[in-house]
Structures are given as structure tokens and as C-alpha cells.
Design a protein around this ligand. Sequence first.
Ligand code: GTP
Ligand code: MG
Length: 456
Amino acid sequence: MLFDTIAAISTPIGEGAIGIVRLSGPESFGIVDKIFKANVDKLDWEDRKLKYGHIYDGDHLIDEVMIVKMYAPRTYTREDIVEINCHGGAVPLREILRICLREGARLAERGEFTKRAFLNGRIDLAQAESIMDLINSKTNKGFDIAINQLEGHLSNKINMIRSELIKIMAEVEVSIDYPEEDIEEITYDALGSGLENAALQIQNLLKSSNTGKIIREGLKTVIIGKPNVGKSSLMNVLLKDSRAIVTDIPGTTRDVIEEFLSVDGIPIKLVDTAGIRETEDLVERLGVEKSKSYFNAADLVIFMLNGAEPLSPEDHMLMEKVKDKPAIVLINKSDLEQKIELESISDIFSNEQIIMTSMSNESGIQQLEDEIKRLVFGIQIDQGNQEIVSNTRHIALLEIALKHINEALNATKQSLPYDFIEVDVKEAIVQLGLVTGESVASDLMQTIFSQFCLGK
Ligand SMILES: Nc1nc2c(ncn2[C@@H]2O[C@H](COP(=O)(O)OP(=O)(O)OP(=O)(O)O)[C@@H](O)[C@H]2O)c(=O)[nH]1
Ligand SMILES: [Mg+2]
């Protein structure tokens, strides 16, 4: 495929000591040859070797640079690519870009380098999306999943399921088109077991998606409890920072405080809330209302009690609300003399859910982190090389594909005519193809690539 030549600043502006302007396309080499003067002989360009020299705008010196030429097709976009390493300030980068544009390059659209890699067949769509996830990943685990997808594990898996379905479909079509011929017809049994196998594999992928989503977006974890039990102190201990104000005055936290942290690579969006109680204070009441709505939206609730006091009516009320959610109960202030009625708590919650903590001497934190990991990963803590689906678009497509396969399965079980089965199998194949970009519509592609930043 032939394209024009694009250029963009590929590094964030304003911070680094060096920055990179990147060009891709048939004119890339011609353009730099016009603006670059090498210190030694310019003719001995070698593939992928840095060359030192200067960029000029006519006679006017712009910057001292290192340039690398990469020859198609062994490049990111499979086109000729030039990277100009210049000084990282906004002025040299913009000036060099401006001259490249004047000499015939076009400013790249968002994600256009990666889009070319896809269009030129170097990567598939799921891999292109994983590059975006890689750039945006917040934690090690999220990074691992993106790398795994980039290596094509998810794409391979989906292509496997898809080609099995295509095989099934071919057999069905033969049976429809040549009913009189002496060709062995696919039996409903064989059809059924092929479809069941495909359904099972998609279900397994979808099962991984909950973990995938959490790893991508963070586990929404809300600390709730009566005023003064130590919620903000917990936030500070987990963050290893004095983020939230802590005082002995009940009602200190008036608004919610949100922070991002990582527990062994699991991203947690931690929310400290205003202690829940009946109050006349308008500001505090608004805070309490907000606490309640965060509570409702939480993936995980950390419910805190003060072990140095007997349970109050408010504690009982909160326990009733918490018991139907994924929750961990912390009985805090374990460094003080304990007055809380443990039996009432263990009547409602299981032993693993209840942890004694003290924010004063930071005890119980390891158990809390272990319990969070257990809840996120269930039994299997290490996902290893297993494919994890984390992208919302992929999840939606897999769900639709599964729905069609189940419908085809139903039709098979009732021995309905093959045409009824064929429609759904075909649709499932289309949906799976959309994950990797086998049959991608151009406006969808535009949306996906425009989520990239410029220069990617
Ligand atoms: N002895 C002891 N004191 C603690 C412990 N945790 C917190 N405190 C103290 O309890 C008081 C209240 O702590 P905060 O963290 O502000 O409590 P909170 O739940 O955020 O309170 P509100 O924001 O008012 O709802 C402070 O004086 C803390 O120093 C603990 O484990 N042991
Ligand atoms: Mg507080």
C-alpha cells in the first residue's frame, strides 16, 4: 500500500533532555537529506545507524541532532522511517517539525504511525490496541497484559476459535448447497460438539475479563465506617503518605478523597469517605450522602470498626448494608483495650473477612493486602501467560459472538434446517474477526486509532 509521508513529534514536549521527530513514508529520506548536514560524508547512510550532524533551515542552524534512517520493510510501519533525535525543548522540536512539513511531509493524525503498522499488515488490530494500553498502563500487571496481547496471544487464540468456526461453516454450506450429492453430510452431533467447544473457549476468555477490567481500570475500593474509627489513617498508611487529614475530632473528613495505589501490581482506586452518621451539619451531611453513593458503586468495601468501643447502633446499621457486598471488615485500634463484641461480627462475616488492625503501629496491613489479592484473583493468583481480555471493545464482541453460537447450538439441538444454523455461525465469525481486525469497518478503525496520542 502506498501512502504519503507523515511526520510528528513523538516524545512528550517540555521535559526531556532529548526529543524525537519521526517521519514515515516514501519521502522520509528525501526530506531529511534536504535539511540535514552530516559532520562527515553524508552518503554512507547505513540502515539503523545513528548519524551525527545539524538541521538547517536554509542557512540558519536549527539544532544539533542524531539521525537514524530505517529502511522499509523492517520498520514499525513497514515504510521508510527517519527519527531525528534533537534537544527536548518545545522550540527545536517544533522548528524541526515545521521544516519537515514545509519540505513535503504531512502532520500525522493521532495514532497514524500505528494505523500504518496495522494497514501494512505488521500487527493486527488487537495488537494495535494493546500498544495503546501499553502506553497508558498504570501498573506492572496492566503492562504485562498489554505486552502479552502485543505478542499476539489473544489474537492467536481468537483466530483459532474463528478458524474452527469457519471449518464448521464450510461443512454446513456443503450440506445446504449439495443436498443430493453423495457428500458426507455433517451430522447434528458433530456440529453440536464443534459449537460447544467454541462456546466454551469464548466463555473462558470472558471469565478472564473481570480480572482484566480491574487490572486496567483499578479496583474501586471504598473505606467506610463511623466517624473517628481511623479511615483516613488507613488511607495514609496504605499510601505511605499523609494524604488525608487525621484528627481526633469525629467528622474530620467532609468530602471523599480518591487516590490510586498498587497492591502487588493490582491497581486500586482507594476512596476515603466521610464517616457515616446522622448529622445536622450541612457540609458534613452532603459528604455523608456522597459516601453512600460511592459505597453503592464500589467493587470492594473496606468496613472499619473501632475495636476499643462496643458496637453502636450505627455500626449495626452499616454491617447490615455491607454484608451483601464484597467486603473486608477491619477492627481497628487493636493497640487499645478491646471492648467490641466480636461474636456479633463473626455471626455475619466469615473469618477471612475479619482482620484486626492498628493504624498506630501499622499492624494487619499485610493481611489486608493478601485478602484484597485473594478477592481479585479468586483461587488462581498467578494468571501467568493465560490470555486475559481487558479491552471493553473485545469483551463486547466476544459476548455477541457467544450469543450467536448459543443460538446456533439451540438450532442444532432441535435439528432445525442448516440455514438456521448457518446465519448465527456466520455472525459469530464476523464478530470474532472484528477483534483482530479481519473484517473491520473503516469508521471503527478511525475511532480506535484516534484514541492514540499524536506521534504514536
Ligand atoms: N490508638 C489508635 N488510634 C488510632 C488508630 N487509628 C486511628 N487512630 C486515631 O483515631 C483518630 C481518628 O482517626 P481518623 O483517621 O481521622 O478517623 P476517620 O475515620 O477518618 O474519621 P472521620 O474522618 O471523622 O470520619 C485520630 O486521632 C487517629 O490518630 C489506631 O489504630 N489506634
Ligand atoms: Mg477521615
